[in-house]
Design a protein around this ligand. Structure first.
Ligand code: ARG
Length: 572
């Protein structure tokens, strides 16, 4: 419906003075209910421009546009002009565009290949990949796909938490209570056990904390034994993370994590020094941010070691120099809001005019039904367990359905993993939510399996349609869409037509859940059509028109799911 909207803006620009088609386009609304038309143009904002009552403007505009081609009716209601599109023409253009674009339906070249970095996932080494990381991973993956679909050149970065004082702790704990064999057989769970023990023991014996700090300083100085242990922990952890990423079907272009910047820090600290931003405070270096209503940022500790924030600043500068990004997006939990605000400000104070190209996209916290997660206390839900359980349950459900035995494993994987990912992308991302097994494994209602099932239903209709469907797909026949006049069908067609603008909005607002919601709507409308009407009707011309709509529906669902990182099996 984007073309239709653009067209309408041009048409309005033709009869309105002192306002451009672009400005008009921003005012055009889509009424919630089709009885009020396909588009509505509110005239309130024009009142000041023309020094006239909005009702009067709406009335005159409607008058001038009577008889415009492509509209079955143009009606004035109060301060609005309501436009009813010619249904046959609209349906035909929406459906043929979807079929022609196929896999690319929903994509655009808005981005003109400008580089956009999406940093996401970024788990901490030697700690479990738990469901808290799932949100960043799944949302970031979707965001990267959306930006790619919008024509940007996307760079996916995993800013691994592979550095910092916690490695001092880990090394101390390993030396005291560790056992090599135990680590090799179950790396992350074992390392976590040591980490938890470290915190327990440090409560009784605070000198352990000092020892950990000293050990991290040795690591920073590059001392052999410490570096070797650290590398080993990192490798073992990455193996486990890769397993999760493979399962989710997620890849990264770069794993440059915090340690990658360890040799790039001095330069950055010098730059801050030159700009006169650093202040000494009890031997440490800080940036005072009081003027901006924020606590000071600690840049370098008195023992010379750098911090999380220093590494983020170094990373941003490195990324600008390396990728010359147009946007540098961070998908990170809202608990870190202050952290990002602080260092974005520091980048600005350092004089970098690209500070405003850095965007923190926060998401809400995940808690467990019996309270918050805490790595330190070993209270976590492991992502791998969640995924395996979801796949297992799916296998049980679909084994009774008509999935061919040879596809069972793949389908159980696609649907089980898809269910978990889809649920992550269903909630408005800033909202906190409570993880619940019941919800994740519920396959009814507004869930991933529901949309996937609707997609498979389309596939089944298309299989039944046989040669007719092929003829449409290969462009041999152009169905006459004026033959499908029902309201249900028209609503479905319009929802298909809105898909590209939903993708754009999801990108602009950093909100993949807009796509989740939209394809759920498309699935619901399709199911209404499927239940209320015959699709493979007797009359060939009409049958072709209906099949074309099924094909376009299938494409929209498949492309929408793909943007969420969820696959769409043809049978389930
Ligand atoms: N490793 C951090 C954590 O798990 C997240 C990193 C976020 N990214 C960043 N550039 N600071 O909390």
């Amino acid at each position: 419906m984007e073309n239709q909207k653009k067209q309408l803006a041009e048409t309005l620009a033709g009869v309105l003075e002192n306002i451009t088609a672009d400005e008009i386009g921003k005012l055009i609304e889509t009424p919630p209910d089709s009885s009020m038309g396909d588009f509505a143009f509110p005239c309130f904002k024009l009142a000041a421009l023309y020094r006239k009552a909005p009702q009067k403007i709406a009335e005159e505009t409607a008058e001038k546009l009577q008889g415009t081609e492509g509209y079955s009716e143009i009606r004035n209601v109060n301060a609005y002009v309501n436009f009813f599109m010619d249904r046959a023409a609209t349906s035909s253009s929406v459906i043929s565009e979807a079929i022609e674009k196929g896999e690319n339906y929903g994509n655009s070249d808005l981005g003109a290949n400008r580089p956009v970095i999406v940093e996401f996932s970024s788990p901490n080494i030697a700690k479990p990949f738990h469901i808290g990381h799932l949100r960043s991973t799944v949302i970031g993956n979707s965001m990267a796909k959306i930006y790619k679909a919008l024509g940007y050149d996307v760079i996916r970065i995993n800013h691994l938490g592979d550095y910092g004082t916690q490695f001092g702790k880990m090394i101390v704990a390993y030396r005291r209570w560790g056992n090599e064999e135990e680590v090799r057989s179950e790396p992350i769970k074992t390392l976590l056990k040591y980490y938890v023990r470290f915190h327990d023991e440090a409560e009784k014996d605070p000198s352990l904390e000092d020892e950990a700090r000293a050990t991290f300083t040795k690591l920073e100085r590059g001392e052999k034994e410490e570096v070797e242990l650290w590398q080993w922990f990192r490798e073992e952890s990455l193996k486990e993370f890769s397993y999760v990423y493979d399962m989710l079907g997620i890849e990264f272009d770069s794993y440059a994590g915090e340690s990658f910047y360890s040799d790039k820090m001095d330069r950055v600290v010098d730059m801050m020094q030159e700009k006169g931003l650093l202040k000494e405070s009890e031997g440490a270096m800080i940036v005072d941010l009081e003027e901006y209503g924020m606590p000071p940022a600690l840049i370098r500790k008195s023992d010379g070691s750098t911090l999380y924030i220093t590494r983020d600043i170094a990373a941003a500068i490195y990324r600008k120099e390396t990728y010359d990004f147009y946007r540098n997006i961070y998908v990170v939990a809202s608990q870190q809001n202050l952290h990002f605000k602080q260092w974005f400000k520091i980048i600005e104070l350092m004089g970098f005019d690209w500070a405003d190209q850095c965007v923190h996209v926060p998401f809400g916290m995940v808690s467990l039904e019996d309270g918050t997660m805490s790595t330190r206390h070993g209270k976590v839900v492991f992502l791998l367990d969640v995924l395996n359980k979801a796949v297992e349950k799916t296998r049980e459900i679909i084994a009774e359905k008509n999935v061919p035995a040879e596809d069972l494993d793949q389908t159980a994987h696609d649907v089980g993993v898809g269910a978990v990912m889809f649920q992550e992308l269903s909630n408005n991302m800033i909202k906190d939510y409570t993880f619940s097994w019941d919800k994740v494994l519920n396959f009814d209602g507004e869930t991933g399996p529901y949309v996937q099932y609707t997609h498979a239903r389309c596939a089944s209709v298309i299989r039944k349609a046989g040669e007719d469907a092929d003829a449409i797909l290969t462009g041999q026949v152009k169905p006459d869409l004026s033959l499908t006049g029902s309201d249900v069908v028209y609503e479905l067609v319009k929802a298909i037509g809105r898909f590209p603008s939903v993708v754009r909005e999801a990108g602009e607002r950093y909100e993949p859940s807009l796509i989740t919601r939209h394809i759920t709507d498309v699935a619901e409308l399709f199911n209404k059509f499927y239940h209320d009407e015959y699709i493979l009707v007797e009359d060939r011309e009409e049958r072709l028109a209906r099949i074309a709509i099924v094909i376009a529906t299938k494409l929209t669902l498949k492309n929408g799911l793909a943007l969420l990182g969820v696959s769409a099996p043809d049978r389930m």
